[in-house]
Design a protein around this ligand. Structure first.
Ligand code: SF4
Length: 150
């Protein structure tokens, strides 16, 4: 499978107190007013990568405890995202985080079953926090003992 990926970096901030491989998906159809990353809206802005190529970047990272998906909007390429999360869970001990402009309730269970940490909801300029998450409507969800703290 293939997806448009904008960049892959090491992250020290997206999952609190964890080192993560951060995978930025290209493209966002949500287009929140005041978005800080409009350069990531174009779905053709990234590089076409296979799941094998992305997995190699993940498994070659010497220190990562997490993989975090951001964008752009990772769930705009939902089939690839579900497939990649399945591969990560089946072949590594890494935990998985997702930043999405969509609400938890609309995410497919095939995806959430493999996630450990989610920051969800659209960015709202009128609710800006100047902190984290970026607007106060966004929820930080963690899975503990197979249950989400909804
Ligand atoms: S979901 Fe994220 S990337 Fe997309 S427009 Fe909103 S803030 Fe920007």
């Amino acid at each position: 499978m293939e997806a448009r990926i904008k960049r892959i970096r090491t992250s020290f901030i997206d999952v609190p107190h964890k080192i993560a491989v951060a995978i930025y998906f290209a493209g966002c159809s949500i287009r929140c007013k005041g978005c800080q990353n409009p350069s990531l809206w174009n779905p053709l802005s990234g590089e076409l990568m296979t799941d094998d190529e992305v997995m190699k970047k993940i498994t070659n990272h010497p220190l990562a405890e997490y993989v975090v998906f951001l964008g752009g909007e990772p769930t705009d390429q939902i089939d690839f995202l579900i497939h990649l999360c399945n591969r990560i869970k089946q072949t590594t001990k890494l935990s998985i985080a997702l930043y999405t402009g969509r609400e938890f309730e609309v995410l497919p269970q095939q995806l959430t079953s493999n996630l450990d940490f989610i920051v969800c909801g659209p960015y709202r300029q009128d609710l800006v926090t100047n902190s984290w998450p970026a607007s106060s409507n966004q929820r930080v969800l963690k899975k503990e003992f197979e249950q989400w703290n909804l």
